[in-house]
Design a protein around this ligand. Structure first.
Ligand code: NI
Length: 402
C-alpha cells in the first residue's frame, strides 16, 4: 500500500494516529476471517500481500502459515524483533457486530487479529523511515500461539530470531482498561503444563460396591487432595495453580466403572517449582490409590516455558511507553497464570512482553479472553502501533538507556 505520511515530521503517536483507520480496517477484516492454529493460510496470505505493497521490506515465509518481514535500515546497527500472533480459537462468536466472524465456530476471541493489524501498521510506517534507521527491525507474524507446541518454537528453529538483539511483543489485554499499558520485568506469564491421570480400579455392579474398587470414589479424593499442593506444600509467596479440568468416568447409573480419567493443568513461573509439582502430585496419587487398592497411570506434558521478561528490555519499553503514550498510561503489569509461547523467543534473545489495556466498561467491552463475546476497544490498536514505532526508532538510534 502507499501512504501519504510524511513520517519524518511526525511523532510515533502522530504517525499511529494517521494510520489508525487502516489498522482498524485490517483488524476487522481479520476478525471476519479467523483461522485456527496451524491453519492460518488466508491470514498469512493477507499479511504477506499487505506487506508486499510496502517498499523496503524483505519478506519470507519461514513456515506454511507465518510471515517474516525484515526492514534493514540504511545504516548498520542493532536488530529489534517484534512479534504478533495471528491465530483464532474454536469458538462460535456471539457478538452482533458487522465485523463478526464469517467462519462459523472459529473466532478471534483473544485479540490476535488486533496484534496482527498493529504490527502491520508499525511495519508500514517504519518502512517509510528506512533512511534514518541504524540496524534492522524484524516483524514476526507468528502462527499458532493457541495450540501447543505452538508456532514460536518452529520460528525460532527456523532461525527467525538469529542475530536479534532484543525481542518485544504485546497482548491486547481485557483485564486492563483502555489507556493503560502494563510493563513488567521478571515473570509475567506461567508455564501451562498439562497432566493426564488414569485411576484404575475394578468395575462391577453398583449395588455391590464391596466387590469393586470404585475408581470414581478414589479419583474424587485425588481431585480434592491435589489442592494440598497449593495450600500446604508450596510457599504461599510462590505461585502455582493445579486444576483438574476433565473428569471422565462411567457409562451407566448401575455400573461402577473400572477406571476414571482426569486431565488438567499445572501453572508455575519458577523452574524449580515447575519440576517439583509433578513429584508432589505423584506422591498424592500413589498414596491414595495404594490406600484403596487401585492403580494409576500418570503422565505430564511440559508446555510453553514461562514468560520471564528481561530487566533491561523492560526498562527500555517503559521509557518508550512514557515517551509515546505518556507517563500516566504506564502501569506495572500484573502477572497472569496464562501461558504464552512468546517465551520461546526469550530463550534466544532478551525480550519483554507487555499488555495494552483494551477494556471499556461503559461500552460493555468487558468479556474475558476466549469468551464468545470477547471484543476490544479499538483505540488500543493506535496505542500499540505508536509503541512499536517508538520502540523501533529508539532502539535503532542506539538510544537504549532506561
Ligand atoms: Ni492470546
Amino acid at each position: 500500500m502507499t501512504t501519504s505520511l510524511h513520517p519524518h515530521d511526525l511523532s510515533p503517536a502522530q504517525a499511529a494516529a494517521r494510520i489508525r483507520d487502516t489498522v482498524i480496517g485490517w483488524r476487522r477484516y481479520l476478525h471476519r476471517h479467523p483461522e485456527l492454529s496451524f491453519h492460518e493460510e488466508r491470514t498469512a496470505q493477507f499479511v504477506y500481500d499487505a506487506l508486499a505493497e510496502v517498499d523496503g521490506l524483505e519478506l519470507s515465509r519461514p513456515t506454511a502459515t507465518s510471515v517474516v518481514a525484515r526492514l534493514r535500515g540504511d545504516h548498520p546497527g542493532p536488530v529489534l524483533a517484534m512479534r504478533a500472533d495471528m491465530d483464532a480459537l474454536p469458538i462460535l462468536e456471539k457478538n452482533e457486530v458487522d465485523y463478526a466472524s464469517e467462519n462459523p465456530g472459529v473466532m478471534h476471541a483473544c485479540g490476535h487479529d488486533g496484534h496482527t493489524a498493529m504490527l502491520l501498521g508499525a511495519a508500514t510506517v517504519l518502512a517509510g523511515l528506512r533512511d534514518r534507521l541504524h540496524g534492522e527491525v524484524r516483524f514476526i507474524f507468528q502462527h499458532a500461539e493457541e495450540l501447543y507446541p505452538g508456532g514460536a518454537q518452529e520460528l525460532v528453529d527456523a532461525g527467525v530470531v538469529d542475530g536479534v538483539d532484543a525481542v518485544i511483543g504485546a497482548h491486547l489485554w481485557l483485564p486492563m482498561p483502555i489507556g493503560q499499558v502494563g510493563v513488567r520485568a521478571g515473570a509475567l506469564m506461567a508455564s501451562p503444563d498439562v497432566f493426564r491421570l488414569v485411576v484404575i480400579g475394578a468395575g462391577g455392579h453398583a449395588a455391590a460396591p464391596h466387590e469393586t474398587v470404585d475408581s470414581i470414589a478414589v479419583a474424587a479424593q485425588i481431585v480434592t487432595n491435589l489442592q494440598h499442593i497449593v495450600a500446604r506444600n508450596v510457599d504461599p509467596l510462590d505461585h502455582v495453580v493445579v486444576s483438574v479440568t476433565r473428569f471422565i468416568a462411567g457409562t451407566a447409573d448401575n455400573v461402577i466403572p473400572g477406571s476414571a480419567e482426569l486431565t488438567g493443568t499445572v501453572r508455575t513461573f519458577d523452574a524449580a517449582l515447575r519440576a517439583r509439582v509433578p513429584q508432589l502430585m505423584e506422591r498424592i496419587v500413589r498414596g491414595i490409590t495404594e490406600a484403596h487398592g487401585a492403580r494409576y497411570e500418570l503422565t505430564f506434558e511440559r508446555s510453553y516455558r514461562p514468560v520471564v521478561n528481561d530487566e533491561a528490555v523492560s526498562a527500555f519499553l517503559r521509557r518508550v511507553v512514557e515517551r509515546t503514550v505518556g507517563r500516566d498510561a504506564l502501569v506495572e503489569a500484573r502477572p497472569t497464570m496464562g501461558g504464552e509461547d512468546f517465551s520461546a523467543y526469550q530463550q534466544r534473545a532478551p525480550g519483554s512482553f507487555f499488555f495494552i489495556g483494551a477494556r471499556n466498561e461503559e461500552r460493555g467491552i468487558v468479556h474475558p479472553h476466549h469468551h464468545e463475546r470477547f471484543d476490544i476497544d479499538e483505540r488500543a490498536l493506535e496505542t500499540g502501533v505508536a509503541i512499536f514505532i517508538g520502540a523501533a526508532l529508539d532502539f535503532l538510534r542506539g538510544d537504549r538507556t532506561p
